[in-house]
Design a protein around this ligand. Structure first.
Ligand code: GL7
Length: 840
């Protein structure tokens, strides 16, 4: 407990210092209490969903104890804190993860079973909190798990969208988007902080006043809304530390504009106020694509403004000098979406705290660091100065000041280099002028990192070359990682058990390097059998999922070949389905009695959402589904081949799909997938990769060995040459004949939907094959042939699979976060004492 407790009453103090017990009876009592007193349910009106709610509330009680202790401990020790700012957190379900991290799963399983429920079925009741699009948001979620587990004094900050990423329905081969109102049935995992509200201003004007010969800026007028905090406890594994994800929700401001209420239209005035709620209502469903909408900028500013107020309030709790700021806080920007935080902190320091701009600027850039997640030009945020200046007039002024000071320094180092100045400038001299958020982020940070070696290298040689030449030491690499808690321990319980048995304990869960010790088991036939048995059981589970969700019977003995990720042309799901068509045509050309000797049965599964406005991505879905229709109903094919579109790919589906996969596809055009993170999850679960030398695939190859993967395709430095060739050559001349044949079939209407499918294939036929499907197709075919050859040899495949999994430890987010902590944030671990002596 804390010495400076506000609670004076001795009795109350004592009662609050004890901890809930975790024996079976206590757990059962706490569940039943929640049934009666939290849910107010009777014995006669009770469903498994209510069981989920009551169980979650009882777990929540335990989380909150640890959560409060952790927060107090950090405050008491006045540690340097990390603030991880992200516009997305793709958390996935909480219940199982919380139980496993609290090491209470067995206790609850038993307790719940006696009450008549199977814990696994209870897990299924939870909605997916899906406040993210894809890799970027899921990375933030994995990072929180690792920060908690590594005992770092860290908090995540994001937005509590009322609607997460849409639910995807596939009907007649088309995607339909259904709103995801995930809060419909309440959310037991959050703590609403009725007393943590910050005012947020939009629009208005800047008034200049003069005080003791100095000009002061006052931003006033416009509209005020409130940001309210919702806290989501994040438990670490094998530690009592429980950190926080604080999400902001917008609400009408408390202040009343009496004028508008006195106009007489009471209802109209109230209606206007209610519009404030709209700001945090919906997550923008674009993955790697920027849309310059004002509402999106409002979301970004709300996140930033509320967070900076919160951070400063915490910093000021103790009386201290401002110069301590960078020693007490480290703010990490997850991409440029929260980059306005740089300007906001500077604004507060100079306008509110009266600090000199030079000194304030030093405090700011020493506190901030920025992660870039893509080099795709369509993802780079650039806000028109009209839009930005209207919504945030003072911020635009400050951006100009920052830019002026910065460019002044640059021209001293590189006199008369106008080209360099204009590429480094925060302002793009276009018409209208635009604010480049990436440039702002780099200038306002002491460290900038990419998310895989190849990506970080590309940043310093292409996109941020001029910045690199200015300050080479600022640029770093932090290869992404994923949490082994969710992506092994939770989703592949049997594999986890095997590891624990073999290694004589479960410390591998926080030190994944230990699984490397299993290298000497690779040749062991018993171990191989166990490995195969686990994969088969996971395949069985996916088979049922597919049966239930897609009404398709898949062949358990076929090779499970999976590509699940957001639909994007650069990820080349298109190339995958073109190959599938080629395979289908080849089977058809083979005499029926030779087919089974020549072809291995395969189930090819696709999954992923297309951004609602991304027409070509939607056409790719249509093509996949049309081919699936044709192939799956072709009696000549039988169980030699099935094609499945897995609907509504999300975190909880991924937890079923990934452990069941034998071959996963990561086939982006070299240089375009910054890292990829599902590739890591697949490898950890013993899937082999067919992939290009792109993103983290390159480092996976280093770790597991190229001979244990199916690598193909052009290398990053061949891309430019190939693109020139593509633009100057008739496609039919250099496309391999297999590809030309496939394109012709689609063109003839063999798969129906001729008009839209023709539009799709024309994107690559008209010397417009930007993602180089034509150039990579031949080597893709060869890689696929090797896949078949390897799969024929069961024991070879098993050995390759084992090697992938046990050599994947580099890709634990624990490694990644430790590097951020040491090399960017400069923070240390603070582990709070476990109060188990008291009760636990
Ligand atoms: C992404 C990259 O595309 C992806 O390769 C990377 O793994 C991920 C996390 O670093 O970030 N960048 C991006 O804008 N999105 C991503 O998923 C949406």
């Amino acid at each position: 407990g804390s010495q400076n407790s506000l609670i004076q009453n001795e009795k109350m103090w004592k009662l609050m210092q004890s901890y809930i017990k975790n024996d079976k009876e206590t757990i059962q009592q706490s569940i039943v209490n929640h049934v009666e007193y939290t849910l107010a349910k009777t014995r006669f009106d009770f469903s498994i969903f209510h069981a989920y709610q009551a169980i979650s509330h009882s777990v929540r009680d335990r989380l909150i104890e640890a959560f409060n202790d952790t927060a107090q401990y950090f405050t008491h020790h006045d540690c340097k804190r990390v603030y991880y700012l992200s516009i997305e957190f793709l958390m996935g379900r909480y219940l199982q993860n919380a139980l496993i991290n609290l090491e209470l799963e067995d206790n609850y399983k038993e307790a719940v079973l006696e009450l008549g429920y199977n814990l696994e079925s209870v897990y299924e009741q939870e909605v997916d909190p899906a406040l993210g699009n894809g890799g970027l948001g899921r990375l933030a979620a994995c990072f929180l798990d690792s920060m908690a587990t590594l005992n770092l004094p860290a908090w995540g900050y994001g937005i509590r969208y009322s609607y997460g990423i849409f639910r995807q329905l596939i009907k007649d081969g088309y995607q339909y988007e259904v709103p995801d109102y995930w809060l419909d049935n309440g959310n037991p995992w959050e703590i609403e902080r009725l007393d943590v509200n910050y005012p947020i201003r939009f629009y208005g004007y800047v008034r200049k006043i003069h005080e003791n010969g100095k000009e002061k800026s006052i931003w006033e007028g416009g509209e005020l809304v409130l940001a309210r905090a919702y806290d989501n406890p994040i438990p670490g594994y094998d530690t009592y530390n429980t950190i926080n994800l604080r999400l902001w929700r917008s609400l009408p401001a408390r202040e009343f504009d009496f004028n508008s209420f006195n106009q007489g239209d009471y209802f109209k005035a109230l209606e206007e106020r209610e519009k404030a709620e709209y700001i945090t209502s919906v997550l923008y469903p674009n993955d790697s694509n920027y849309s310059g909408k004002e509402l999106r900028l409002k979301q970004q500013y709300l996140l930033v403004c509320a967070t900076i107020q919160d951070v400063i309030r915490r910093f000021k709790k103790k009386k201290r000098d401002w110069k301590e700021l960078p020693e007490k806080i480290a703010v990490q920007l997850n991409d440029t979406h929260p980059a306005m935080a740089i300007v906001e902190l500077l604004r507060v320091l100079i306008d509110h705290e009266g600090i000199e701009i030079e000194f304030a600027w030093e405090l700011v850039y020493k506190s901030f660091s920025y992660t870039n997640h893509t080099i795709l030009p369509e993802a780079l945020e650039k806000w028109g100065i009209d839009l930005l200046g209207n919504l945030l007039p003072r911020h635009l002024e400050i951006v100009y000041i920052i830019n002026f000071i910065f460019l002044e320094k640059v021209s001293k180092k590189f006199p008369n280099d106008h080209h360099r100045l204009s590429s480094l400038s925060i302002i793009e001299e276009s018409n209208p002028k635009k604010i480049r958020m990436a440039n702002l982020s780099i200038i306002g940070s002491h460290a900038v990192n990419g998310v895989a070696e190849i990506h970080s290298k590309l940043l310093t040689t292409t996109l941020f070359k001029d910045f690199y030449e200015l300050r080479p030491k600022k640029f770093q690499n932090k290869t992404n990682g994923v949490t082994p808690r969710r992506w092994i321990r939770c989703c592949n319980v049997q594999l986890a058990q095997l590891y624990t048995e073999q290694l004589g304990g479960d410390t591998w869960v926080t030190d994944l390097t230990q699984v490397r010790c299993l290298e000497n088991m690779v040749e062991d036939p018993d171990f191989q059998n166990n490995w195969q048995r686990i994969k088969r059981q996971n395949k069985e589970q996916l088979k049922w999922w597919v049966k239930e969700n897609c009404q398709i019977d898949i062949n358990i003995d076929s090779l499970f070949d999976v590509q699940v990720k957001r639909l994007h042309e650069y990820k080349r799901q298109f190339m995958n389905i073109l190959y599938v068509i080629h395979r289908y045509l080849s089977i058809k050309k083979t005499p029926a009695d030779q087919r089974h000797a020549k072809f291995l049965p395969r189930t090819i599964m696709f999954g992923g959402k297309a951004a609602p406005g991304y027409i070509n991505a939607k056409r790719i879905i249509k093509l996949i589904c049309s081919v699936a229709d044709k192939v799956n109903t072709d009696s000549e094919i039988g169980d030699l081949m099935k094609i499945v579109y897995l609907p509504n790919y999300n975190v909880s589906n991924a937890q079923i799909i990934i452990p069941a996969t034998e071959l996963s596809q990561h086939i982006s055009t070299a240089g375009l997938e910054a890292s990829g993170t599902s590739n890591m999850k697949f490898v950890m679960n013993g899937s082999l990769i067919i992939g290009t030398m792109d993103g983290a695939n390159v480092e996976i190859a280093e770790e597991v060995g190229k001979e244990n993967m199916f690598i193909f395709g052009a290398l990053v430095d061949e891309i430019e040459g190939l693109r020139n060739h593509m633009r100057n050559t008739e496609p039919s001349q250099y496309f391999p004949p297999e590809l030309n044949e496939v394109l012709q079939k689609i063109d003839e209407g063999f798969f129906g939907a001729v008009d839209e499918l023709r539009e799709l294939i024309n994107t690559i036929r008209n010397r417009n094959d930007y993602y180089l499907l034509g150039a990579d197709f031949k080597s893709y075919l060869e890689a696929q042939k090797k896949v078949d050859e390897c799969y024929k040899n069961k024991s070879l495949w098993t050995k390759m699979s084992i090697r992938n999994a046990i050599r994947s430890s580099k890709f634990s987010s624990d490694r990644t976060i430790q590097q951020y902590a040491d090399e960017i944030w400069g923070v240390k671990a603070f582990q709070i004492p476990n109060p188990s002596q008291n009760a636990r």
